[in-house]
Design a protein around this ligand. Structure first.
Ligand SMILES: [Ca+2]
Length: 500
């Protein structure tokens, strides 16, 4: 597949580009209010799932029929972003409607506090989306990965009636029952389970129980899968299935990796059978939940959202499990591979099935969107960085926003250095904090960020850099301390030892 074919396959074709915003939607009235039928929400948050890690966003190796069906029943966002290229900050941005820089949660919690100190928990004072919905009478269920602070900050203290499996950690010790390794066990798992049980399946089982228990009530199910984060572990039969598929794939011409930065390389192909098995199990989870909604008679009254928290893990010193091509780099970077996500929203009766939206949107936007969908008052002092996407979903208007911003003042094991970025229209600027050097890209012509335009278009670059600096001041973004190199040295040292 060449790039044009690829872009076409993910809905980036000419028809979408000439039409700003989104393809038109049916304008039916939703059935709320009089019928006393409140809109339910199921929010699938997948961990480390890259932009091209599902079939409907371009993968021809991973099989995701259920996620593809969700896209065919809803709206696919081609330019949707995570607010950060690592876990915790994006998670906090979804729940609070605020940029990670404003919250001060700029790093994955547990990660190095240098060169920039960050907040290691999501404050209880934040009135998060679960609290807003609970206040409005919703049953609220949290299942899966939390990674937003220690015990006092767990989901049950943040407006969730139920917390299954959500603890301080960013990854399970293992994906297999009893989810223990050495001294470390996944907390908050209810009793039960058996040998061979797989975490993604178990979290789905628990979600089905939550849905069953809350039949007839308005509900929010926030199913935050640990998958497809490391450790890369899948069910044996799925590994075998994808091994056989990988063996039949045409040989890779040339290197398995493409160079990104010095010794950090990004994977060229998607061919890892265990990773494919993990994606497969996530897809089954989506299918089982959708079937349950249908069986309960709730499908027509339930909004289903599908999102990931950062780009696919691809750019690492050792071999990364996936490839984000044609996007540059992966998790940990502010290049598109680190932040662009396969986002889908199904809103029955409102969103035209199979529609595609190319408007840039970001993870702070879910909060005001969900409130507006539910017919609830906006909490303007809370979700200050989010804009409602309801106009896009109904094709009645585009959000009034000039730009989307990122702030990641940290080093990352993928090779990233402290940086910030802004996207305004088709242009994106990245600033490297160590030396204030910049790169400018036109994403419409150059989705792979291969042609730095900073030299050719100094005025555009200066304009975007000024916007970025103004925003940093506005949100009081913490910048790296003046001597920022310590943890990079530690990382490089560890790498050197690994090589020996
Ligand atoms: Ca993640």
């Amino acid at each position: 597949m060449n790039r044009r074919e690829f872009l076409k396959s993910i809905g980036f074709g000419a028809a979408v580009l000439v039409m700003p915003g989104c393809t038109s939607a049916q304008r039916k009235t939703i059935t709320t209010g009089k019928e006393n039928k409140r809109l339910n929400f199921v929010f699938f948050l997948i961990d480390d799932l890259g932009w091209t890690d599902v079939g409907c966003f371009g993968s021809d190796f991973y099989e995701t029929p259920n996620i593809n069906r969700l896209a065919s029943e809803g709206m696919k966002f081609t330019d949707a972003y995570a607010a950060c290229p690592v876990c915790s900050p994006t998670r906090a941005s979804i729940l609070t409607g605020k940029y990670p820089a404003r919250l001060g949660i700029t790093q994955w919690i547990g990660g190095p506090n240098t060169p920039t100190a960050y907040l290691h928990y999501m404050p209880l004072e934040e009135v998060i989306i679960s609290e807003a919905l609970k206040e409005a009478g919703y049953a609220t269920g949290f299942v899966g990965k939390w990674h937003l602070g220690s015990k006092d900050y767990y989901p049950e203290h943040q407006g969730f009636d139920v917390n299954i499996g959500g603890d301080y950690s960013g990854a399970p010790p293992t994906y297999f029952y009893p989810y223990k390794r050495g001294n470390r066990a996944l907390e908050m798992m209810p009793p039960g389970g058996e040998e061979g049980e797989y975490l993604t399946d178990r979290l789905t089982d628990e979600s089905l129980k939550f849905l069953e228990a809350n039949k007839g009530k308005p509900f929010l199910l926030y199913l935050s899968h640990y998958a497809v984060h490391t450790p890369i572990q899948a069910k044996e039969e799925l590994i075998e299935k994808y091994k056989a598929k990988a063996e039949k794939m045409p040989g890779i011409d040339g290197e398995r990796f493409t160079k990104v930065y010095g010794r950090y390389k990004t994977r060229r192909v998607q061919d890892n059978p265990a990773f494919a098995g993990m994606v497969h199990s996530v897809d089954e989870s989506v299918g089982r939940i959708m079937k349950k909604l249908e069986d309960m008679g709730a499908a027509e009254n339930t909004v289903v959202i599908f999102m990931s928290d950062n780009g696919g893990l691809s750019t690492v010193a050792r071999e990364g499990p996936t490839s984000n091509l044609p996007l540059r780099a992966g998790k940990g970077w502010l290049y598109e591979g680190g932040i662009r996500e396969p986002m889908i929203i199904k809103w029955p009766g409102v969103v035209k099935p199979g529609s595609v939206c190319s408007e840039p949107v970001t993870s702070t936007d879910f909060y005001p969107t969900m409130l507006e969908m539910a017919g609830l008052a906006q909490k303007k002092k809370q979700h200050v960085d989010g804009v409602s996407l309801v106009g896009l979903l109904k094709s009645t208007g585009r959000p009034r926003r000039k730009a989307i911003y990122w702030h990641y003042p940290h080093y990352h094991g993928s090779g990233n250095r402290p940086s910030g970025a802004v996207r305004a229209g088709d242009y994106k600027l990245i600033e490297w904090y160590e030396d204030k050097s910049i790169e400018l890209y036109n994403l419409k012509n150059d989705i792979s960020e291969e042609h730095d335009l900073a030299g050719e278009m100094p005025q555009k670059a200066a304009e975007l850099q000024k916007m970025l600096h103004r925003w940093q001041k506005q949100v009081k973004a913490k910048m790296p301390a003046s001597e920022p190199r310590d943890d990079l040295k530690v990382f490089q040292e560890a790498r050197r030892k690994q090589k020996q």
